[in-house]
Design a protein around this ligand. Structure first.
Ligand SMILES: [Zn+2]
Length: 480
């Protein structure tokens, strides 16, 4: 653990840096303590407009008189902070202070309820970690210790455990595709088997063939890297069937196949396994928190490449559930992978299924780069996800599943075609395709093509992978 509690005052604490959260206009609590210790210094900064309580607004204050710590960062939490505000504010302050190696950073936030404190703690741990995995001189240095001025040890511990899951997801996605390919991803997933109540099963090429996963194998056949399917079981509760199945698309690199992407489109395609990485990060967080739930995670891992053995346009694949699929675009491969993984999932009889995939550019066109698209065949299950996302401050928006979109998936030679006939509504036709593989199960699909990966940094998180939806999924698992 890098987080712990402190009961030291702002004046006396021997930390390398202090973060003080500002909420509303009145100087109360720790803000008042800081103001007093600095003989009205904070009030002066506020009066001059230097320090602000606007969400995420930061001010660095070097060598403040009356304080032991050499640096103070004030950060705004807004008037009535929600979980997202707390995550972002703590993340922004942590990110600023991660510019150099520090042994300890102490956070003094106003009194927050458990959910908000947990989000703030998670933000502080996520915000200080960068995507600089292969840089000799790092861009961000997480502090050795993050102290929280609170007595709520449970919330602080939970916040860190959630952040550990988020950061695992980010690291898996940020690792380049020559480091993370199906086999090496599966090895990383298998490591979770060391955690309490977690068991991991890996299907290799031979097993996938024996299981008739023809849709997934069709995508994989162009690569020298053999595919894998990983099943992660977390049994924190003794129930026969899992309450929740989390399914992830794990295309460890997507060249587009013969429907080759241009160079520009390929540059970030290591992130096409973000759905799978989200599953692994979520299971990690749930297990670290020892939640009393029964959750299973399934990830389909392939590399979509070009070779003499690549699957072709016009090929007809037979999925595990027996449906035949005419391939009319080899870059619409994620749905082909998920088709078989969803069928394997049905065999485990979960109460609810949610799948996560960087599935379509069309979803980014519809919702922008910060919002995940939701698609469902069970409105009450989708509502549960929407509420959970709102509770932790992650952005989702539901799109319609009107039946006529399925007309676009009709093929003349097979049961289905893998892309819609027209260019419009591509995020929805992709979801309608997946719906063909979930039977009567309660299912929601999350298209995270927008928010999973960012070209540039935000104030509260480095660029690259975001780890989006881990916090939402943990919150869902909590209620199960
Ligand atoms: Zn693709």
């Amino acid at each position: 653990m890098i987080t712990s509690l402190t009961s030291e005052s702002i004046q006396d604490i021997q930390a390398d840096a202090i973060v003080v959260g500002l909420s509303g206009n009145a100087l109360t609590g720790f803000a008042a303590e800081l103001n007093e210790a600095t003989s009205g210094g904070l009030q002066s900064l506020l009066d001059a407009g230097q320090a602000k309580s606007k969400v995420g607004a930061t001010t660095s204050w070097l060598q403040p008189t009356g304080i032991q710590a050499p640096v103070i960062v004030t950060v705004g939490l807004g008037d009535t902070p929600n979980a997202g505000d707390c995550f972002k504010a703590a993340g922004a302050a942590a990110k600023i202070l991660a510019d150099q190696q520090r042994s300890s950073v102490a956070f003094y936030f106003p009194e927050l309820d458990s959910a908000l404190l947990e989000s703030a703690v998670a933000g502080s741990v996520v915000g200080s970690q960068g995507q600089d995995l292969h840089k000799k001189t790092k861009s961000l240095y997480p502090p050795e210790q993050i102290l929280w001025a609170s007595t709520n040890a449970d919330a602080v511990t939970a916040g860190e455990n959630i952040a550990t899951g988020v950061n695992l997801t980010r690291t898996l996605v940020n690792q380049p595709p020559n480091y993370i390919y199906p086999e090496s991803f599966a090895d990383q997933a298998a490591e979770l088997g060391q955690l309490k109540n977690v068991s991991v099963e890996i299907w290799d090429q031979e097993r996938l063939e024996a299981e008739n996963c023809g849709s997934l194998l069709g995508v994989a056949q162009g690569s020298d890297k053999a595919p894998r399917l990983a099943i992660l079981r977390y049994t924190g509760k003794d129930s026969e069937n899992p309450s929740l199945a989390i399914v992830g698309k794990g295309v460890t690199y997507d060249s587009g196949g013969l429907s080759l992407k241009p160079s520009e489109g390929q540059k970030t395609m290591k992130c096409d396994m973000a759905g799978a990485a989200t599953v692994v990060g979520t299971i990690k967080a749930i297990a670290e928190m020892e939640l009393p739930c029964h959750v299973v995670g399934l990830v389909g891992l392939v590399e979509n490449m070009v070779s003499g053995n690549s699957y072709r346009l016009g090929d007809v694949l037979t999925a595990r559930n027996g449906k035949t699929i005419e391939v009319l675009n080899t870059d619409a491969e994620g749905r082909l992978v998920l088709a078989d993984v969803l069928d394997v999932t049905l065999g485990l009889n979960p109460d609810h299924i949610v799948d996560l995939a960087t599935l379509t550019g069309a979803c980014c066109v519809a919702l922008g780069l910060d919002i995940a698209g939701l698609f469902t065949n069970d409105q009450s299950w989708c509502d549960q996800i929407i509420q959970s996302a709102a509770a932790v401050g992650e952005e989702v928006w539901q799109l319609p599943m009107t039946p006529h979109f399925s007309d676009q998936l009709k093929s003349k030679i097979a049961d289905l075609r893998n892309i819609g006939a027209g260019r419009w509504g591509g995020a929805i036709t992709a979801a309608k395709f997946l719906e063909e593989f979930v039977g009567d199960a309660s299912w929601t699909h999350m298209d995270i093509a927008g928010p999973a990966f960012a070209d540039s940094a935000k104030s509260y998180i480095d660029g690259g992978a975001s780890g989006v939806m881990v916090r939402t999924l943990v919150n869902i698992a909590r209620g199960m």
